[in-house]
Design a protein around this ligand. Structure first.
Ligand code: SF4
Length: 349
């Protein structure tokens, strides 16, 4: 049987629910898209345990619930919230985290015991200087790696360990080193996330944002140098027209998700806001989807209609196009290469 292509994998994905709970973060990443820390503090502080419980009840049956935004492990209630999700029958319960608190093995084990069965750990280099230059947080590398090691020890209980490395001009030449380092520490999937050109990545664009062509070439060079038949490494959140030279197996995509924001903090078009306002126990919240962000911040051009990837492409960040234009982003007319049926990786910038 022919394995599904990236286009087929994008089309068949199930939507997830993200629960934004981290009012603060103990890292200060240069590319963080949540640049408005005050706004995040207000919105995520409003995610009380009762509101989270309501969200989990609303989306019971979703493929995955992921606790995210800010640093979720700074919320003391996280183990309890994971327990809610497990009690409500969620089969996959995950967290996007910088991993630092997981360095305390009993805490990581508690999360797993309560039902957390997948961890997405953000790590941006394979040595302190590279990682901490991007997190702008001294000593963060050692803690994150200790967190990765702690989760790796839980793998025998069925816990999955994925990492997210945000690709910048600084770490792009070191993808092979990052990959080998993380795999040696027991990481199952190494995801290289291309930046969203928003927030900090937009502010520092000229210093850290490589072109998509350079990113794809760097990733391809890493694959060639790696020497493995199918490295468990995936390039995510880059227009597919830029990655035609990347084997289909190693092309990932950003999952569809929905989440809730505090009504007066949400970045939703005014025309959509009334339909998204919640009532009852969800009063004060509005529903936001990944497509809302895409529609507001990305665009396509007329030529995209001729592209084989048009249906599965979310478009290109306007803030990227403002700097680099459409060069290297041409519609793909050739047949799409077939891919692998392995589960698709994610974005977790
Ligand atoms: S639809 Fe446009 S932006 Fe998207 S992959 Fe095709 S050419 Fe690139």
């Amino acid at each position: 049987m022919t394995p599904p292509s990236i286009t087929e994998r994008v089309a068949r994905q199930a939507e997830r629910v993200h629960v934004s709970i981290g009012a603060v973060c103990n890292n200060h990443c240069v590319f963080c898209m949540e640049e408005d820390r005050d706004g995040r503090y207000v919105s995520n502080s409003a995610m009380t345990r009762d509101r989270v419980r309501w969200i989990l009840e609303e989306h019971r049956g979703a493929e995955e619930v992921c606790f995210t935004s800010g640093e979720p492990t700074t919320r003391p209630e996280l183990p309890e919230l994971v327990g809610f999700a497990k009690e409500l029958g969620y089969r996959r319960i995950s967290v996007m985290t910088n991993g630092r608190r997981l360095s305390h093995l009993p805490y990581a084990a508690l999360l797993a015991k309560m039902g957390m069965n997948r961890f997405y750990v953000s790590v941006h280099g394979h040595e302190p200087r590279l990682h901490e230059g991007l997190t702008r947080t001294p000593e963060s590398f050692a803690q994150t790696v200790a967190g990765i090691d702690a989760v790796a020890r839980l793998a025998r209980f069925g816990v999955e360990l994925h990492t997210s490395t945000v690709v910048t001009s600084r770490n792009l030449p070191h993808l092979l080193g990052v990959y080998r380092f993380l795999r040696a520490h027991g990481v199952h999937q190494v995801v290289f996330n291309v930046m969203q050109a928003n927030g900090g990545a937009d502010t520092h664009f000229d210093q850290i944002f490589p072109t998509y062509a350079a990113t794809a070439a760097g990733f391809r060079a890493f694959l060639d140098a790696c020497g493995e038949a199918r490295p468990a490494a995936f390039l995510v959140d880059i227009p597919l027209c830029a990655t035609e030279a990347v084997p289909d197996f190693n092309r990932g995509f950003v999952e569809r998700y929905r989440h809730y924001d505090l009504a007066d903090q949400a970045s939703l078009p005014a025309t959509r806001a009334p339909d998204r306002a919640q009532s009852g126990r969800g009063r004060g919240l509005v529903l936001v989807t990944r497509k809302d962000l895409d529609d507001a911040e990305r665009e396509k051009r007329d030529a995209c209609r001729a592209c084989r990837h048009d249906a599965s492409c979310e478009g290109v960040w306007r803030n990227y196009l403002r700097r680099y234009g459409w060069e290297g982003l041409d519609p793909v007319a050739a047949p799409i290469a077939t891919g692998d049926s392995s589960e698709s990786p994610h974005s977790s910038t």
